[in-house]
Ligand binder design. Structure first.
Ligand code: HEC
Length: 445
């Protein structure tokens, strides 16, 4: 109360600073948290308490903040108290850059999202969002972008005027957001309070809070269907939030195993999901409401970051595995695994684009491996900086350039010519966890 509540809030659920609760601190461990309190966090508002509180005092605080907190009161009323409007949208672009080729670079080390144009790769603006791990979204008409922090702040950003419009805290512990087809609604997946919050993007005010009995791990928009799909953690069900009419309707769908991760095939009929502890991949037919295929997979396939492409009329998906150094190549609709490619390491992301012949995969090492889309053989390797982790690939709209992150505190985004496979530019960034191109992120199948 004396030292911490002004920023972290008396109920420990955070205000200007993040929550101090076991759910969010658990990943650090007690020793690390003691160190944070003693030393503070450089370049943030988190002060150092060395000298002000003795070692015993710090230990007592750590024990306290690792104990369960009373459930948060975070209703629409509390959300509205955090609502802030900072400017009005510009009626036309104040810059000459191609909106459909803008990038959002998430700079984890600074808690900022950088808006970057995709031709000369100049940073146009920076937005302080807070603790952030990825997932900013463009709307489908490239009018606004939405950014989200782990502790629930949602920022509406004007891509015409290059400025923040408004922000609101829609949750206490938030996973991700999705934008509706018409850009008028946002869905926010929350761990705390458990459920989904729907926000009207024009006012940036919540219109509905759908509470659930499970923590919502992710929410996605199902393009063209006017549906959000929300996945509760560890439960054999998902929710379809139908926003096609007036108001919203929620439908619960039972599934044989809980889905931790999904992707929707481009036709919008089959939802492919995996359950991590059951090591199963399930193809779920949304029309019949039945499972059409089920098979065993191990090594935690990362479906949300699978790469999809068309060869003639056949569609393939390349699926990375978080805990196994392989890339699974699957043919869609007969759901056959056509090849398992051995990789240098277990990565997170696979990406491809019509402008390159390769599937680009990261390997949690300093090397990106390039797999030829025809032969499905590893044909090339790229090492942007020896000994430094190269992760997450994103292409420019036309696929001429690939942007690769050096995932370190003093990191960088390295830009490669996808034809010559040579670096053309290195831009310094602090832990650039992700980069998102307006077109590739929203409009590619
Ligand atoms: C002046 C505001 C302020 C005060 C007072 C303050 N903090 Fe912080 N604290 C912050 C900010 C801001 C951050 C987030 C920094 C960042 O961006 O990573 C933070 C982060 C933390 C973190 C890391 C949280 C995480 O999820 O990684 C811990 C732990 C923490 N503070 C503990 C404390 C404790 C304990 C006290 C009181 C002894 C305290 N803080 C007082 C502003 C403050």
């Amino acid at each position: 109360m004396k030292h911490c509540a002004t920023c972290h809030s008396a109920d420990r659920y955070g205000s200007s600073a993040p929550p101090l609760i076991p759910l969010t601190l658990g990943k650090h461990g007690k020793l690390r948290v003691e160190k944070i309190i003693a030393d503070g966090l450089p370049a943030t508002n988190m002060p150092s308490y060395r000298g002000a509180i003795d070692a015993r005092g710090i230990k007592a605080i750590v024990d306290y903040i690792f104990s369960p907190a009373a459930p948060p009161v975070w209703t629409i009323k509390e959300m509205l108290k955090t609502h802030r409007v900072s400017s009005t949208p510009s009626s036309r672009p104040v810059h000459g850059h191609d909106l459909s080729n803008l990038f959002l670079v998430v700079e984890g080390g600074k808690g900022e999202v950088c808006v970057m144009e995709g031709k000369g790769f100049n940073v146009l603006d920076r937005v302080k969002v807070g603790k952030i791990h990825g997932g900013p979204k463009f709307d489908y008409s490239f009018r606004y972008a939405y950014m989200v922090s782990r502790d629930g702040w949602i920022v509406k950003y004007d891509l015409y005027g290059l400025k923040e419009i408004a922000r609101i805290r829609a949750g206490i512990n938030t996973r991700n957001i999705a934008v509706s087809d018409d850009g008028r609604m946002l869905a926010v997946a929350n761990y705390l309070p458990q459920g989904v919050v729907l926000i009207d993007t024009e006012s940036m005010k919540p219109v509905k809070m759908l509470t659930s009995t499970g923590r919502i791990g992710a929410v996605y928009n199902m393009k063209g269907k006017k549906l959000f799909i929300a996945l509760p953690r560890g439960r054999e069900e998902f929710f379809l939030i139908d926003y096609s009419g007036k108001g919203v309707r929620v439908k619960r769908v039972g599934i044989p195993v809980s889905f931790d991760d999904v992707f929707m095939e481009p036709g919008g009929r089959y939802l492919v999901g995996t359950s991590r502890d059951k090591e199963k991949m399930v193809v779920f037919d949304m029309i019949s409401g039945m499972v059409s295929r089920e098979f065993r997979v191990d090594g935690m396939p990362h479906l949300a970051s699978a790469a999809l492409w068309k060869d003639g009329s056949t569609i393939y998906a390349a699926i990375p595995h978080i805990k196994k150094p392989v890339l699974t190549i699957m043919r869609l609709y007969d759901w056959k695994v056509v090849k398992t490619v051995k990789l240098k390491g277990a990565g997170f992301f696979a990406r491809t684009h019509p402008g390159t012949d390769y599937i680009w995969v990261d390997t949690n090492t300093d090397t990106i491996q390039l797999i030829d889309r025809k032969s499905l053989e590893i044909k090339r390797e790229i090492t942007p900086e020896r000994g430094r982790r190269a992760m997450h690939i994103e292409f420019t709209k036309d696929g001429r350039y690939a942007l690769i992150s050096i995932w370190e505190k003093e990191g960088a985004v390295v830009i490669y010519d996808t034809e010559r496979l040579k670096p053309v530019k290195v831009l310094p960034f602090s832990r650039p966890v992700g980069k998102y191109n307006a077109t590739n992120k929203t409009h590619i199948m």
